[in-house]
Design a protein around this ligand. Structure first.
Ligand code: PEP
Length: 257
């Protein structure tokens, strides 16, 4: 059985004070979270990682970062290394988010380097893949997913692959209020799992958790989570409020597969 995983990507929102408040609120709301059923991960901006780590230290909630560089240290102004993220208490890191690909020249090659570096330091990569609207309308959804998965995860062995979480994030559904229909999400997740199966074998692919991301809200969580190949959610906007993120986590925990 794959344990459901819900991650909140706070993007470039929340000062340290606001982040502490949000994390405290979530800690209160999710106090009785059943770890057998679900994992919840908060991904605040770098500036608030240490403080959020302190807030959630005695809870079941986990910490992630939104990006990482691939080297341990050096003259790379503005970058943050996997070692530094571990130092802040992170267990997870989002890699290859479409906003990084779109605005910061992230490519499958840099994604691949970052995944390997994260794994080397014991961080769980949440690897984002997904097509733009033009690609979907041009009938290229599957070829884009195949390209992101095969090249992003190239030269990674089975043992390391088993630690990775994949997030299917159709770019046209991110921050737009447009959600993929449950059928569209399931179709893409199934295709991703088949691609992973061809790369790593059926058993490892069956064990891999694939999150859906793109305008997930409390109201659409259930219909997405009941899809057989949807194992959680990567949540942007709705992760910025205690009520909506807690409702998403609780709803996802109730869905029986
Ligand atoms: C995201 O940033 O990964 C995301 C899915 O955002 P939103 O939920 O706001 O669409």
């Amino acid at each position: 059985m794959r344990k459901t995983i819900i991650a909140g990507n706070w993007k470039m929102y929340k000062t340290i004070t606001e982040a502490i408040e949000l994390a405290n609120g979530l800690k209160r709301e999710l106090f009785e979270l059943d770890l057998q059923r679900i994992e919840a991960v908060l991904c605040p901006p770098y500036t608030a990682l240490s403080e959020v780590s302190e807030v959630i230290t005695d809870s079941t909630i986990q910490l992630g970062a939104q990006d990482v560089f691939w080297l341990d240290e050096g003259a790379f102004t503005g970058e943050v290394s996997p070692k530094m993220l571990k130092d802040c208490g992170c267990g997870f890191v989002i890699i290859g988010h479409s906003e990084r690909r779109q605005y910061f020249a992230e490519t499958n090659d840099t994604v691949n380097k970052k995944i390997k570096a994260a794994l080397k330091h014991g961080l769980t990569p949440i690897v984002c893949v997904g097509e733009t609207l033009a690609e979907r309308e041009g009938g290229k959804t599957f070829s884009v997913l195949e390209d992101h998965v095969r090249n992003g995860l190239k030269e990674i062995d089975g043992e390391d692959f088993a630690k990775i979480v994949v997030a299917y994030e159709p770019v046209w559904a991110i921050g737009t209020g447009k959600t993929a229909t449950p059928a569209q999400a399931q179709e893409a997740h199934k295709y991703i799992r088949e691609t992973l199966s061809a790369m790593f074998g059926a058993d490892l692919a069956q064990g891999c958790r694939i999150q859906y991301g793109g305008s997930v809200k409390p109201e659409n969580t259930r219909e997405l989570m009941i899809q057989p190949d949807v194992d959680g959610a990567l949540v942007g906007g709705a992760s910025l409020s205690v009520q909506s993120f807690a409702a998403i986590v609780r709803t996802a925990a109730e869905v029986k597969k």
